[in-house]
Ligand binder design. Structure first.
Ligand SMILES: Cc1ncc(COP(=O)(O)O)c(C=O)c1O
Length: 452
């Protein structure tokens, strides 16, 4: 059989999300409040609807996907899985390469999988205004789309460097009815403080989160929506891995390695966590998170308590972090410029069940261009990180002669990222040196997890 697309019917869209918190070898350390004491779910009530808070702390293995959410998923799910036969040929590898393509969603990435769920629960509980941040613009677009579908007004704080690099992402959000600001703004105290510190700052996800949280906390009619990091967000993204497992079953195959790019961890966690059950059952499958080496959270950060945002408005979360003060270099994979990581991904990485690898910017674009020229799809710069590592694994197979099954999620298309590709072709893109001193200074403020 030489099939390329591995497809499922709409009836095979998962009916439940998989909650990895049920299967952790040791429980997740709790988030802490400003006094250093564990916080309860109540502390999150000003920012999130009750249903999402319950999911955040749940240890129930399977959580039903509400029918109105599944109905909207039908617009693009089940997402196709491809056997990358053209890429295999171009590489001359005996490896079997598979990818799950999340760029088929209306916003162009995996982010609507959680945006739709978050908008649904907010609307059901009577909240009709949301604030959020966006790095690459993929998350902002997704929540703008979901807001339009559920009659919710959305305000997006877009990291300044992305706002400048991607004007059409802003137009897209506005088309769906959202209001978009370049962050830092003068609308919030966090933004004004950041501008006073450095008027030329490129902005960061940590800073944009501070602005969105401050905005939501200052108004009784508003909740905050986060596009990654939190447990409930990773939970919603498990539709990716669950569908992929069903697709592998269809072709009677199973991956030796599962790869995902990792910013806040929702794409990687959503892809990889469902496979952990098989790993626990004794199947040899490696789970690999890929990050930029200019923002090397899992590979060079510290596993400690840190704030999710620059202004320290969020609780302290147990995660790998480069320090909430760290402003990553302005690489084009804006969605990977985050100082922290999902507590679930961090915990599993700390326990050795998940591997992490960091790759430089130019090598990711080289991989993305090779992918576009063989498979046709033009990937988002974030997704190029996963492609780089998938290609490296396939080249290792070429050397060893092994025919491994390599699987990655192609988390989004890069149609709004052409300025970055232009710069790459013009030779203007650079590899940033690992910002050692800046990271060391930022790490100094972190609080250890557990005694000592
Ligand atoms: C296309 C794409 N892939 C991956 C990511 C990384 O985010 P996360 O690690 O939360 O999945 C982003 C974030 O914006 C993105 O836009």
């Amino acid at each position: 059989m030489n099939d390329v697309k591995i497809l499922l019917d709409e009836a095979e869209i998962p009916t439940q999300w998989y909650n990895v918190a049920a299967d952790l070898p040791t429980p997740l350390p709790p988030p802490l409040g400003p006094d250093g004491q564990p916080i309860g779910p109540d502390a999150l009530a000003p920012l999130f609807p009750q249903a999402l808070i319950e999911q955040e702390v749940s240890t129930q293995r399977w959580i039903p996907i509400p029918e109105p959410v599944r109905d909207i998923y039908r617009q693009w799910r089940p997402a196709p899985m491809f056997r990358a036969r053209q890429l295999e040929k171009a590489l001359g590898t005996p490896a079997r390469i598979y990818y799950k393509y999340e760029g088929v969603s209306p916003a162009g990435s995996h982010k609507p999988n959680t945006a739709v769920a978050q908008a649904y629960y907010n609307q059901r509980e009577g909240c009709l205004r949301l604030t959020t941040e966006t790095g690459a613009g993929q998350w902002g677009s997704s929540i703008a789309l979901a807001g339009a579908m559920f009659g919710i007004s959305v305000r997006v704080y877009m990291v300044r460097v992305s706002y400048q690099q991607k004007p059409f992402r802003r137009s897209m959000m506005e088309t769906w009815g959202a209001e978009v600001f370049s962050s830092p703004t003068t609308h919030t105290q966090s933004g004004r403080d950041a501008l006073a510190r450095d008027p030329e700052t490129p902005g960061s996800l940590g800073l944009a989160i501070s602005e969105a949280v401050e905005d939501a906390a200052s108004r009784a009619d508003t909740h905050y929506a986060l596009g990654s990091v939190l447990n409930h967000v990773v939970l919603h993204q498990t539709v990716i891995g669950l569908e992929a497992m069903a697709q592998f079953k269809k072709v009677n195959d199973f991956p030796d390695v599962v790869i995902g790019c990792c910013g806040g961890g929702s794409n990687f966690g959503g892809t990889a966590f469902p496979f952990l059950q098989e790993k626990a059952a004794g199947r040899a499958v490696r789970l690999v998170a890929v990050e930029p080496d200019s923002c090397p959270t899992l590979t060079r950060g510290r596993y400690a308590y840190d704030h999710g945002d620059t202004a320290k408005l969020t609780p302290l979360m147990p995660m790998y972090s480069l320090g909430h003060d760290f402003v990553p270099p302005g690489i084009h994979a804006g969605g990977l410029r985050y100082h922290g990581d999902s507590p679930l991904v961090s915990h599993l990485c700390h326990l050795g069940l998940v591997e992490a690898v960091a790759v430089p910017q130019l090598a990711t674009f080289q991989a993305g261009v090779l992918f576009a020229r063989s498979e046709g799809i033009l990937p988002a710069p974030e997704s190029n990180h996963a492609i780089r590592v998938a290609i490296d694994e396939a080249l290792k197979c070429k050397e060893s002669g092994e025919s491994k099954a390599i699987f990655f999620t192609l988390s989004g298309h890069g149609h709004f990222d052409m300025a970055a590709y232009d710069r790459y072709f013009a030779g203007d893109l650079e590899d940033y040196a690992y910002p050692e001193e800046k990271i060391a200074a930022s790490l100094a403020s972190l609080r250890p997890i557990g005694p000592g």
